[in-house]
Ligand binder design. Structure first.
Ligand code: SAH
Length: 341
């Protein structure tokens, strides 16, 4: 038997065309799309379609959902889901409660090719890119499983968003669509390890979406040691793209800086970082590295992190030490998936 196409995997245009082929009027796509965005879990949930029509549609298309393969709940309320897609591939997503609302960290690829030395997601390389609809599934799954609304999304899970630019862009438009989930662009953050052409394109195409840069080093030599991507896109080019982004959009750029004990957490590094960022509309997020056994690297103490922050602040660079949400549940990217593959 020929396997049916999953109705949720089609773009709106593809879905409209496929429904037209069945002789259905255009408003049917609008109805089905609304059900998808509301998190309906099957044809039977689409109660404004007649029973006969639902039966006809279910013979033509499957309705498949991402499912929860595993879940970890932290003592601070953070929940980490291992989501499985219909083809069996799995990604991690993390639900976090903040004062301003609930935030969801989603993945953009199964695995990652960027090779950052401290990161668990990259250990097995990239298996495949996620499609826009699969990123939407991550959101729908988290809303369903947490039973709570999600007001913020960060693309900071497994994978490099700008190594999958087209689908990430399609997802941003999809989740923002006022006729669907209707999430404000200002409540979305995309994080990149520093693929400069992607950053420049993003500045043009999504000036309202927040940009975060995983920096982790304050000189080209240090950055090359931690992040192979720095060889392709040197620090100078990266900084120039970031300055242009801040100037063009009027929005501050966030710099992620994972503090590694004895490596990038020294007062000298803080000084170099201040020089690098001086004059830019920006904010530095400091987080002691989450230890990943395979890397042999250790995170700095909270005390060292606080000193590093103070050194930046003294030089006029706004910085915060992030709370380590979910530290008791392997919150570092890729650690849960590795247990299940
Ligand atoms: N590829 C994108 C987004 C995914 S990684 C990027 O690089 O930004 C999300 C963030 O987690 C990045 O800032 C990444 O550098 C950081 N990260 C990865 N492993 C980590 C670890 N063990 N401890 C702390 N942060 C880590």
């Amino acid at each position: 038997m020929k396997s049916l196409r999953n109705i949720k995997s089609l773009t709106r245009e593809e879905r409209a065309a496929a429904l037209k082929e069945l002789g259905l009027p255009a408003f049917r796509e609008k109805q089905i799309y609304a059900w998808i965005c509301r998190g309906a879990q099957g044809w039977d949930a689409c109660t404004d379609l007649s029973k006969d029509l639902r039966a006809r549609l279910s013979e033509a298309f499957s309705w498949e959902n991402a499912s929860v393969e595993a879940m970890q709940v932290s003592s601070d309320g953070t929940r980490k889901f291992l989501a499985a897609f219909p083809d069996g591939q799995k990604v991690e997503e993390v639900f976090m409660a903040y004062e301003y609302g609930n935030s969801l960290c989603i993945s953009t690829q199964v695995g990652c090719n960027m090779g950052c030395r401290f990161c668990a997601s990259t250990i097995g390389g990239r298996i495949r890119n996620l499609k826009a609809w699969e990123m939407l599934e991550e959101y729908l799954l988290a809303v369903r499983e947490s039973g709570q609304p999600i007001s913020h999304i960060v693309l900071m899970g497994m994978g490099e968003p700008f190594d999958n630019y087209e689908e990430v862009a399609a997802f941003l438009r999809l989740i923002h669509d006022p006729k669907g989930v209707n999430l404000s662009y200002r409540n979305i953050t995309v994080s990149t390890c520093g693929l400069v052409p992607g950053i420049r394109r993003f500045t043009e195409e999504f000036p309202q979406v927040n940009l975060a840069i995983s920096l982790h080093a304050a000189s080209q030599a240090e950055r090359e040691m931690l992040m192979p991507v720095a060889k392709a896109y040197p620090l100078e080019e990266l900084m120039s793209a970031c300055r242009d982004h801040a100037e063009r959009t009027g929005r501050r750029v966030t710099f992620e800086f994972a503090l590694i004990a004895g490596q990038n957490d020294t007062p000298e590094t803080a000084d170099r970082l201040s020089d690098l960022l001086r004059g830019m509309l920006c904010h530095v997020n400091l987080i002691p590295l989450n230890p990943v056994a395979e890397t042999g690297l250790a995170g700095s103490s909270r005390q060292t992190a606080a000193l590093f922050r103070d050194a930046l602040e003294k030089r006029g660079i706004p910085a915060t030490v992030r709370r380590q949400l979910g530290a008791d549940i392997d919150a570092a990217c890729g650690q849960l998936r590795k247990k299940y593959t």
